[in-house]
Design a protein around this ligand. Sequence first.
Ligand SMILES: *Cc1c(COP(=O)(O)O)cnc(C)c1O
Length: 426
Amino acid sequence: MAKQFKPETLCVQAGWTPSKGEPRVLPIYQSTTFKYDTSEQMARLFDLEDSGYFYTRLQNPTNDAVAAKIAALEGGVAAMLTSSGQAANFYAIFNICQAGDHFVSSSAIYGGTFNLFSVTMKKLGIDVTFISPEASEEEIAAAFKPNTKALFGETVSNPSLEVLDIEKFARVAHAHGVPLIVDNTFPTPINCRPFEWGADIVIHSTTKYMDGHATSVGGAIVDSGNFNWDAHADKFPGLCTPDESYHGLTYTKAFGKLAFITKATAQLMRDLGSIQSPQNAFLLNLGLETLHLRMPRHCENALKVAQYLEQNEHVAWVNYCSLPGNKFYELAKKYMPNGSCGVISFGLKGGREDSIKFMDNLKLAAIVTHVADARTCVLHPASHTHRQLSDEQLIEAGVRPDLIRLSVGIENADDIIADIEQALNA
Ligand SMILES: *Cc1c(COP(=O)(O)O)cnc(C)c1O
């Protein structure tokens, strides 16, 4: 389906293809378990010799249909759902890194991911080096070590809205024989498909625009199938040498282009168990059906709001990568010609304190720890999501202490602007 249809059609139709007499709408397989006729049939599943469902912690038909839709939208060969975006990022790294390994990451990333990489992964013995997304190829290359296993970045960083030069990052990753992993949460595959620019693995927090209605926390990992693990077998023994926990099976030999996702499912999901509930996958699928209608409206509204803020006397600065004059405008135009996302950030002339007062005066836009859903909302990262970071770490993550993150929804833009105006004047 991926090859023959355009994204709009894939949003609506990909993943679930019922045959005669089956439900037209993707059913929720609300079952932990699946039935077999003989012991031998079940044994073959455990040996990964047959594919089939046996326990929802590993795979579930509802989840698989939704994962297949996301894979089709990104142009990948396989995908898996996880219980959250955090789990997706953790699995993507942990699938190829173990204690003693190292990876390189853009510093302009989501606060939760920054913490995962710099604190929790370190406790597991996996080391990270952060580099600026604006670093030159030489500077990025300088961060690589003999034990470096991956390069990571966000297409559009949350909340600093810096645009990743995917081609540049892919060149450096591939020159060092490692994959480029890109968190594509903000643009979604409607606005950017990182595989077309050389990324190898794509991650999503499906909690955001994909679900789109703020109902379900979830994540996804998509594999392009393009990275040749066997060409760098010494770096990726987990994929290229026998897995003793699976009877000596070698993932690349047994599954070819599906090796990465199969290992993440058969090994990490089996052992760590961050499965998305089928109920949440069903809701995610409903969100995906209208993703192609919502994203353009988010972008259109965000641009109008950014242009309004830019000329307002109370506003010190506005950051929106799709706003002409923005530092990342040219990169945004290259990678996301139809618009980037609905999230913008800005600061007020009165600084940190005025930012907090302004937020308290908003009526239509709610203060919530969320971003990228249908309803306009605001957050002050320095007091909320990024609270655990020091001022230096805030700056390193591209988050100014006065930064207000505004997630522009799909309401009428005039109403959103009127709400901002009354709060600025209050
Ligand atoms: C929210 C977010 C995450 C974490 O996702 P959860 O679903 O909240 O676990 C990761 N990356 C980005 C870019 C995000 O915006």
